[in-house]
Design a protein around this ligand. Sequence first.
Ligand code: ZN
Length: 459
Amino acid sequence: MNTPSPVAVTTVTDLQSHIPQGLGTDLHQLVSDLYPFCRSITGNGVRATLERLSTCIALDTHEVPSGTPVLDWTVPREWNVHAAWVADFHGNRLVDFAASNLHVLGYSTPINATLTFAELRPHLYSLPETPTAVPYRTSYWAERWGFCISHEMLQQLEARGPDAQYHVVIDSSLEDGHLTYGESFLPGDTDREILVHAHTCHPSLANDNLSGIAVAVSLRQLLAQVQHRQYSYRFVFLPGTIGPITWLARNQAAVARIDAGIVLSNVGDRTSLSFKRSQRETTMVDRAAAHVLGTWHEPGATIAFSPFGYDERQYCSPGFDLAVGCLSRGIHGTFPEYHTSLDDCSFVDPAALADTVAAVVAILGVMENDATYLNTSPYAEPQLGRRGLYRSLSGTNVDPNRELALLWVLNQSDGRRSLLDIATRASLPFKVIRDAADLLLEVDLLQLVTPNPPTPPTL
Ligand code: ZN
């Protein structure tokens, strides 16, 4: 994916008008490039993934040694797999890691043995309800080995009888090494931070993990073009569960600066967007996401918090209780392609990827550019036509939302209600309200009361 050519964009809200044409195609290409790598919670597939990302964005790669205590956990041993197969008596490889890395149970210990089908059977995983798909399975915390195969393949093996012999090889290593993660920091005008998280631990699965990675990379590139970012942005590319736990353990100082965050998961399929609220439910990011999805061209939904799902559950644990929600299209566990070989590059739609980027930009735009104002001429409506803000001829073809937004901002700017409150009440996109406020500021009809981020109280 090429770095977009620089365009002068003043604010994150303005960035909404500068989402490049063809972005979805570029993001889909990145997904396709990353798809073959054998990622896991540790190992060379993660390193290769981060190396590819470092050609797109400035990225710091961190290596945390196995055995490092991280909160209540310990960084595990590093797993790598070089080759794996199940071959029949004639040496024909019936199941081969070289064809799909999903075939090996994640974190499988090594084996090289000749087994009967009866002996092999407890190590085979399939999906009877989706017989053509290979499931994605892992065993990070209990040592075992196994193969994931289509149910059709399992039935073929069963048909050869329990005594048929197979040469079973998993050439893997599970030894002291490192947990690898990536981080990209983009400073803003203040040190208050917004966290963007994508998980990096799934092997050849496109929507679940690669879509989030691609969208995060794109956001990092686009936000870098914005001249005035109120917030600093921290992008983290972490393996699921142990990744955020490791990151949180090592970054207590940064945690204190995080005002909001978004976990990106399953953001490339063709389902409409949804936002799972943070544990606190009504924080800035919760309200911004609810507004943007509610007024989006394809309206999305918000989902109540639950302590299950993706890595928002670590950020929302009571000791941290960060305002971090999770943006998704397909909801994990509810679509048939989830955690199977059917979650391939064809399951991810370029237009959906680009649309997700645009939606996150809109959510960030709300958080960046919300503020509270006071109408300086509150006694009846000020004469907008005299100030060049109202069509002089009724019936002129001017965007009706623009004038309606001017009236809403004037009516509601009482020094307490923010532009987001106004946009929500008016059911108008935040950008329309923000643009109206900018016009009113130019003619001194508004006075700033509370900027965003709010000025912290002096101690
Ligand atoms: Zn997953």
